[in-house]
Design a binder for this molecule. Structure first.
Ligand SMILES: *Cc1c(COP(=O)(O)O)cnc(C)c1O
Length: 214
């Protein structure tokens, strides 16, 4: 069992080279996370605040916790003291709430803007136009307790590789348009079913769960 988790991580890392792997540990038990931890891996992704807070409390403090799912403004305060990177900033309102809570604990929180790139109604994320509006506003540049590192996106859940690749390439393009002037270094795209396509399209961070835990 533990051999499998270890082997899966090793296999994925050998496939993606320098691309960083965030192990998506949502719904997984503490013993499973401890197995991942024992391999030396320190980057874990969660999408529910309560679960994240509980796991953070129970596990070693040198784990880097990534928030990858939709975040409600009233829950921000619970994660701001320790979160490593928020991948899923999908509104200006949420960003302002993060800034406000981060100020209280005297932190600067790294984050990514989540863009809506899939042909699916249900997924969260900004449109490119909404992103431009935020980036060009004075209000945005006055937020001193958040630091944007780049973009995140989820492709359509489909077997059509050309469609997925096109969505990832589009996000990469948008990322490159701002990388230099915004000082970005992180492009988070790719999950169990599509991380190879994401890496081919220029992803810097993949978020993989089921391919590791089975
Ligand atoms: C669950 C989840 C993942 C991982 O999905 P898998 O298919 O299990 O690899 C990645 N990103 C987000 C935002 C998720 O919610």
């Amino acid at each position: 069992m533990s051999q499998t988790i270890r082997e899966n991580i090793k296999q994925i890392q050998s496939e993606v080279g320098n691309t960083k792997l965030v192990v998506v540990s949502k719904y997984r038990s503490l013993p499973e996370l401890e197995e991942v931890y024992a391999t030396g891996h320190r980057h874990f992704g969660e999408n529910r605040v309560q679960e994240l807070v509980e796991k953070h409390g129970a596990l070693p403090k040198d784990i880097h916790w990534h928030v990858i799912g939709h975040l409600q403004t009233n829950k921000v305060k619970y994660i701001v003291p320790f979160v490593h990177l928020i991948h899923s900033v999908d509104s200006f309102k949420l960003l302002k709430a993060i800034n406000k809570e981060a100020e209280k604990v005297n932190r600067v929180i790294p984050f990514l803007f989540q863009l809506h790139i899939a042909q699916e109604e249900s997924k969260y994320g900004l449109t490119p136009t909404e992103l431009e509006t935020i980036l060009s506003s004075d209000d945005y540049h006055n937020l001193k307790h958040v630091l944007c590192r780049g973009l995140m996106g989820m492709a359509t859940n489909t077997d059509k590789k050309d469609m997925v690749l096109q969505e990832f390439n589009g996000l990469h393009q948008l990322y490159l348009e701002h990388k230099e002037d915004q000082n970005w270094d992180t492009l988070s795209m790719g999950m169990s079913g599509d991380y190879k396509l994401a890496v081919a399209a220029g992803s810097s961070h993949i978020r993989v769960g089921s391919k590791i835990f089975g």
